[in-house]
Write a protein that binds this ligand. Structure first.
Ligand SMILES: *[C@@H]1O[C@H](CO)[C@@H](O)[C@H](O)[C@H]1NC(C)=O
Length: 321
């Protein structure tokens, strides 16, 4: 099981950074997310969540219209996938699409129908580094979930069967230079220990108190907000802010959301009885950031309530040894 975005993207950043410093090796990175479109409405809505353990295929077509599979990668616990390519091939004519569930992992109810392929977009190119992203990909169950509102009946948009991956409309593309084989990324650190079975919810100030560092299991205070919460958060909070800095924010609704969202993420890893699952925290956070300031405040307050234990659950911290 691969442990997450955090490490994968962090590794990616380090690889990109070191390549830039040494100027030795050109690299390209591609990152994206897959969501379960539970209600089959063809868009990311409140009911949808990032999907773990599904395969994403990147296909490219050459000048003869010949489609080739470039790479296949499985989404991590946060529904993210990342691919690294040596060199700076032109990937702008390539497409990413959900190709299949990996079987036995994650929420495989949601891999009956793959959403449409999305084209790769170049985000930036600096020195010998290229960063590509793809709009969120969708994967759908065979039937909309029973809790979906009626108005979320399946739309008649054409859906593409799960396999094989087919790009929507292969545009005329320049021939790709041959790609060298991808070196394996360094092994990812092991999963954090199981969350506690005991109910515990701690407000942000307890998380930042000295002596409780051992409770930061899955994420560390020095990790970047952008790496943990993804590209949407990076756009709002920048790429430099650490989780520790994020915990200090106040006043502004967006900083409050970040503080309470990070705290909720920590609580969700710490106690299995916390009302939010880590994926749910990430999802609600991203959803809020895509919405209005009112939704941001609303989400922050809901996180805050959960972090305070809603008057029922207390903070079960004992100082770390
Ligand atoms: C949490 O913080 C409050 C305020 O600083 C403190 O009184 C309380 O003892 C802390 N809780 C735990 C479990 O450490």
């Amino acid at each position: 099981m691969d442990w997450p975005l955090i490490n994968l993207l962090f590794t990616a950043f380090l690889l990109l950074a070191s390549a830039a410093i040494h100027g030795a090796q050109a690299v390209s990175m591609l990152t994206g997310t897959v969501f379960c479109d539970q209600c089959k409405d063809g868009q990311i809505s409140l009911f949808d969540y990032p999907l773990y353990g599904v395969k994403v295929a990147v296909t490219c077509s050459d000048s003869n219209g010949q489609v080739t599979l470039l790479r296949e990668e499985t989404t991590n616990w946060f529904g993210n996938y990342a691919m690294k390519f040596d060199g700076t091939p032109d990937l702008s004519g390539c497409y990413a699409q959900v190709s299949s569930g990996s079987g036995g992992q994650g929420s495989n109810d949601c891999v009956a129908v793959a959403g449409p392929a999305k084209s790769l977009r170049l985000v930036f190119r600096i020195f010998d580094m290229e960063m590509y992203t793809v709009d969120p990909l969708l994967s759908e169950p065979a039937q909309p979930m029973s809790m979906c509102p009626r108005s979320y009946a399946p739309v008649s948009a054409p859906v593409i069967p799960v396999t094989p991956p087919v790009p929507v409309e292969p545009p005329p593309v320049a021939r790709l230079p041959p790609l060298p084989p991808m070196p394996r990324l360094p092994p990812l650190p092991p999963l954090p220990p199981m969350p506690s079975l005991e109910a515990s919810a701690c407000p942000y100030w307890n998380w930042t108190m000295p002596g409780y560092e051992c409770y930061w299991k899955a994420v560390t205070p020095d990790m970047k907000v952008a790496v943990v919460f993804g590209l949407i958060a990076a756009r709002r909070y920048g790429t430099d802010m650490t989780l520790r800095q994020g915990m200090e924010g106040r006043g502004d609704p967006y900083r409050t959301l970040l503080r309470e969202g990070t705290t909720a993420l920590l609580n969700s890893y710490n106690s299995i009885q916390f009302p939010y699952h880590p994926l749910g925290v990430i999802h609600h956070m991203n959803w809020a950031l895509l919405g209005s300031t009112r939704l941001v405040l609303h989400t922050a307050i809901r996180f805050m309530r959960a972090n305070s234990g809603s008057g029922k659950v207390s903070c079960k911290f004992t100082p770390c040894k």
